[in-house]
Design a protein. Sequence first.
Length: 472
Amino acid sequence: MTRRISARVRILLWLLLVMAVGLVSVATTTRSILLRDVDHRVNGLLAQEAGEFANFEERGVDPETGRPFTDPARLLREFLVRQYADPDEELIGLVGRPGSTPAQFSQPRDIPVALPLHEDADARRRIFDSPDPTGTLHRASGEVRWAKVAVARAGGGTEAAFVVAFHPGREQAAVNEEFRILLAISGVALLMMTGVGWAVSGRILKPVRLVRTAAAQLTEQDLTRRIPVHGRDDIAALAETFNAMLDRLERAFAAQREFVDDAGHELRTPITIVRGHLELMGDDPAEREETIRLVTDELDRMSRIVEDLLLLAKAERPDFVTPEPVQLAELTADVYVKARTLGERDWQLAEVADVEAELDAQRITQAMVQLAQNAVQHTTPGQAVRIGSRADGTAIELYVADSGCGVQAQDADVIFERFRRGTSRRGARGSGAGLGLSIVRAIAEAHGGRVRLRDTAGGGATFVLALGEGHT
């Protein structure tokens, strides 16, 4: 099995690779620049010495005769006497014939190289025979840069040449030594960068490790761990995103557990009733018919409970509502028309708000009809039930007000919870499971609003969907 390389190690390796390439490139470029400077200096020195000799040959006079030089050998001697060479430079006069080893005139001094040119007869001959005015001589004992000025012959006399030679070995060695020093410094810098990079990458990746550790420790039973958020950089944003994901997961698992618990709690009773009636059912046709009716009623109630629970579970989804521009007056009138079929009550369309609002018309209608159904269950035939809507500034309200028995003060905080009924409802008509007002609250909150309970003048209860901003 291939061993996994951590992100910290990969970051450090890439950092060291990039830095190593950069440092080597800098050192190599510096070496190239220094070698080029050596070449330029050597070429300039060769050109200068050759130019001085050419000028002396053209304008110089023999101190013995007072006339221009006619003897190449004497010309070379007189010029060399007047020159001072650099430590790595040789000034040599050569006299002879092509193909033969020329005689030489040179300054008697030590040259700091393994084999000076004035001691290398073969090298002098090759330079003397070369048709080029400049060149480089590669020898086992070291490289030689040279420039040559052929001496003019008088009447076809003896061949002669002035040669300036430079041994660049020491300067090249100094450049190479500087290159090695730069490489050594780069190596030390890489070692230091390894430590610094390891510490910095560890600090930067610490939140990532925390995310990984938290993810590894997450279970369906424990989603409470969160990542500490420090700073405002990308890592902090990652931690915030991970925490937000954990919040969503925790809500989703809580909703799932709540759904399962609620379903198990509420479905247990009808299932028990159905089983009991089926087990006790006899052969009498009337008894069988009554048992089937009771079982069918309980199955219908189970179906409504499941549908309501599924609806509440769906309320956690972002697409539970799809708002769009809706005329509030038209919506209120539609709710009034649909509510009139729920029971024989004194239905009244109290008021309408003539505004346009961003709402999910189907969900709002569902909530208002549920409130109307709740009002029917708490009133008797002929009692008034008012439906209306109003707008005040940026606030929108839709309400259902009944003239029934109202809601007890101790029940006002619990009637919107699942499977909770007010004390005044116990024994009231209807076989609901106590999910209706929970559905209304979920629809209101999905619109960014809330459902409120108010007392009705003269008795009864008023349920209000307060949806806040969103109208024009």
